[in-house]
Design a protein around this ligand. Structure first.
Ligand SMILES: [Zn+2]
Length: 122
């Protein structure tokens, strides 16, 4: 499949890390910046629960980060391959340049930039 079609179909879409939310056992949202050991709304103690919330969030964040990194690596390899420069000694540099120039406008732009750079490489 053409890399542009893959991009369009969301093959390389990275996940967004959700906002950290803390709740007491009764479901009240607790400010993420507060360090209370009791829910200000119902008074329930949530010290342990709090710790678990933070640990769960860290775990989730790590999982998403790793998944996104893998997605990025796959995109990079496929983009380089598509432009015919996979394994080229300057492939890494070219990809970084293309990424810098294009990524704010989306992955399609990155591939566009990379194609331009690749045409200058032999
Ligand atoms: Zn509460």
């Amino acid at each position: 499949m053409d890399i542009y079609i893959k991009i369009e179909h969301g093959h390389f879409k990275t996940k967004t890390i959700p906002k950290f939310e803390r709740k007491c056992a009764n479901g009240h949202f607790i400010s993420t910046t507060s360090n209370f050991n009791y829910c200000p709304e119902c008074g329930i103690e949530f010290k342990e629960y709090n710790k678990k919330c933070k640990e769960d969030y860290k775990k989730l964040k790590k999982e998403i980060d790793e998944e996104n990194l893998t997605t990025h690596k796959i995109f990079k390899a496929e983009a380089l391959d598509y432009c015919g420069i996979l394994g080229h000694k300057k492939a890494e540099q070219a990809f970084l340049m293309a990424w810098d120039r294009g990524h704010s406008s989306g992955l399609t732009s990155v591939v566009n930039e990379l194609e331009d750079l690749a045409s200058l490489m032999s």
